[in-house]
Design a protein around this ligand. Structure first.
Ligand SMILES: *Cc1c(COP(=O)(O)O)cnc(C)c1O
Length: 386
């Protein structure tokens, strides 16, 4: 006889065992206040997260307006500072309006759930972020994946889709585990040919790409080409939260129907203030972006000289695909011993057999940091040959 409680513990034990096999178990490194390592794993591409001006803005707003927003946006949590931030984000991305949400994960759930249902069709790049996949599931929308960055495959799928059905094409702007960039113009043209809407999640492009740091969509592709643009604020902008940008009709619809927007407490005002400060710095200190792209070029030149298997990426995300989990863990541990933290990315985050080090570069890395990284990578190679 099994009690039902037994069934639960058996179920959890089985899942844990499966994950532990093949070096798949994940651990949360607890970081002490004084970082004893150089961080090549985070997404703070412009070095804004530690800028005292963001902390100052956050503290001031918290003192004036409270540590929390106290309610959801539709009840009594929507403050002027949120409104101001939404206007700035709309300006930055060249859109009529923007809507602030608490996280990128929720922004993607919110858009897909509010727009889609069983009577719509969703087409996603195979390597899209988990939150986009989950959003289509939440909406219960029939959803197909096209081959990564393959417009012909998308074209084929769209041609076969029913004409009388609202259709949405969804892609990451910069792919978070590969660092490559979507062909936004090509996606827009393909979507237009089939009367589909296009949604781009530019979480890793915002602040990094584009003439104004406005991302791989931004002002270069207006809302007629890309009707739905999602950006996140916890990466290059160094704070937290996310937004959806588009026209009046879209944003009004989300305010009415996006459950991840409606049923959650508004973002703390201090966080919105920190983001406003980050947007000021993005505009006033373009040299941060220039320095970041120099770092990327430096790293790629030297890593290629070492013969490391770099991916085709011009963004701060520079994966080194090593194949199996054990090898990735060996390299990551060796780098950790040298005081360097990189992402060790395994299945199911990436396909099986494509486990990788995910190295991310930042404008905050100096020459010494980059030298230390390259030296430690060369050591990994030597250890393997020995
Ligand atoms: C990080 C990320 C998200 C989630 O954003 P959060 O604000 O961290 O929840 C969504 N999409 C992509 C592509 C991301 O890389």
């Amino acid at each position: 006889m099994h009690s039902r409680t037994d069934l639960w513990s058996k179920r959890l034990a089985r899942a844990a065992e499966q994950r532990r096999s093949h070096d798949g178990w994940r651990q949360r490194p607890t970081l002490s206040d004084v970082a004893p390592f150089i961080d090549f794993a985070g997404n703070d591409y412009l070095g804004l997260a530690d800028d005292p001006r963001l902390a100052q803005a956050q503290a001031q707003a918290a003192r004036r307006l409270g540590a929390g927003a106290k309610a959801s946006h539709l009840v009594s949590g929507h403050l002027e500072i949120h409104e101001r931030l939404e206007r700035r984000l709309a300006e930055l991305t060249g859109r009529p309006r923007a809507l602030l949400l608490s996280t990128g994960y929720m922004a993607n759930l919110g858009v897909l759930q509010a727009l889609c249902d069983r009577h719509t069709r969703v087409f996603q790049d195979r390597l899209n972020h988990a939150s986009l996949i989950d959003g289509a599931r939440l909406a219960e929308a029939p959803s197909r994946r096209f081959h990564h960055r393959d417009l012909d495959d998308l074209e084929r799928l769209l041609a076969r889709a029913p004409d009388d059905t609202p259709t949405l094409v969804v892609s990451d702007g910069v792919f978070s585990m590969d660092g490559d960039v979507a062909d936004v113009g090509g996606l827009a043209a393909t979507a237009r040919r089939h009367d589909a809407w296009l949604m781009i999640d530019d979480a890793h492009g915002l602040g990094v790409l584009g003439e104004h740091g406005d991302g791989c969509v931004g002002r270069a592709h207006d809302h007629h080409q890309v009707p739905i643009l999602v950006g996140t604020l916890g990466k290059a902008l160094g704070s937290a939260g996310a937004f959806v940008a588009g026209d009046e009709m879209l944003i009004d619809h989300l305010i009415q129907f996006a459950r991840p927007y409606v049923y959650t407490t508004a973002q703390p005002p201090g966080v919105a203030a920190a983001t406003l400060a980050a947007l000021d710095l993005l505009e006033r200190e373009p040299e941060r972006r220039a320095r970041l792209h120099e770092r990327i070029a430096d790293f790629r030149r030297e890593a290629l000289r070492l013969g490391l298997p770099l991916a085709d990426s011009r963004t701060p995300i520079q994966p080194i695909v090593l194949g199996d989990n054990a090898r990735v863990m060996r390299w990551a541990q060796s780098l950790a011993r040298a005081g360097l933290r990189v992402g060790a990315i395994r299945a199911p985050t990436v396909p099986k057999g494509k486990a990788r080090l995910r190295i991310t570069l930042s404008a905050a890395h100096d020459d010494d940091a980059l030298d230390a990284l390259l030296e430690a990578l060369a050591d990994c190679q030597r250890e393997e040959r020995a």
